[in-house]
Design a protein around this ligand. Sequence first.
Ligand SMILES: *Cc1c(COP(=O)(O)O)cnc(C)c1O
Length: 402
Amino acid sequence: MPQVLSHKQLLSIAEEFGTPVYVYHAEKIAEQYSKLINAFKNTDVKFFYACKALTNINILRYIKSIGANIDCSSINEVKLALYAGFTPERILYTSNGIAFDEIDEAKSLGVNINIDSLSNLEKFGEKYGHAYPVGIRLRPNILAGGNLKISTGHDKSKFGIPVDQIEQILSVVHKYNLFIRGLQIHTGSDIDDVDVFVKGIEVLFDIIPHFKELEFVDLGGGFKVPYKEGDTETDINALAQKVSEAFANHPNPGNRHLQVWFEPGKFLVSASGYLVTQVNVIKKTSATTFASVNSGFNHLIRPMFYNSYHRIENISNENGPEKKYSIVGNICETDTFAWDRKISEITEGDYLVFYNAGAYGFEMSSNFNSRFKPGEVLIKEGKATLIRRRDSFEDLLQNQLL
Ligand SMILES: *Cc1c(COP(=O)(O)O)cnc(C)c1O
């Protein structure tokens, strides 16, 4: 049975902690992680949780406790990971477009680093030469992912060093005798087709022979999760099968053993998260019936930003007759969560839950309209704990010079 929180559990959290509130279910994260571990049990593999999806320190600690490693996209995420207790060797810093200072700092903290530009690779070589092993983030020129905003591997993407610049890469590597430990690609998010990863491996295999000290290939993240009824999840078992076949079928010069790394973000935390809101106003118009909740894209930006679908349910009246509502927020900007969605009859004061709110939910929230960021609650072994208090008025003024 998949791990899900019931309406009743969510309702009692709404009543105890107030709304809007993000709720995370620890056991669901563990369930997703074990899908990965089980599927890849015959492969030498490491998983690094791409923590930009959700960085509450309690979540990071939990993820550490279940055995995953962590992938960071900024030096502050690296510091949060250290704060959460990850040892440096369990931390990967996949940088992009950053100043060399940050790479320098990551190096001084002793974490794994993937470098994504020729310019930083050159600076790194100049300063450290062969002394500190690094990975290179490549751009495989593959188009994949749910939509262009979340596709990162195509030929107009800013991410990674384009593979067609391999000659330049090699000239920097040789010039400084760099210790290239890994090659990384991350092609996008919401990747349903496991062949995309295989294509990625193919691209990598062409250039692997150039790197004599290689220890791992890192295939990034981007596994898809289901958002609505009928949606599929990336078939992790098929992925594991195809990855091991691809490795088996490829000539491996010098029989070098290569570990496979992945950086799943959304896959681990998306379905563990719920955003519980309360309905402020019902407004009937000739176009639609609006239900305005005490939230908005200041709390969950994905529908407006990526056109993403989040399942919404009325947990205060789960068995009412279904009617069509447009679920909107309360901020001064069009912030439509759903248009003409069939939902169990809503009256003002009802609680609505948004599913799949764990990844890129709270993490992308803001104080737009000077509204408070929601609280966060973690449910573990049936027990609910507040892991971030809701903002207060003082928080809005905190960094301002008065
Ligand atoms: C965002 C990101 C990921 C995770 O993507 P998901 O779609 O959340 O799995 C992995 N690796 C890198 C480098 C990223 O930037």
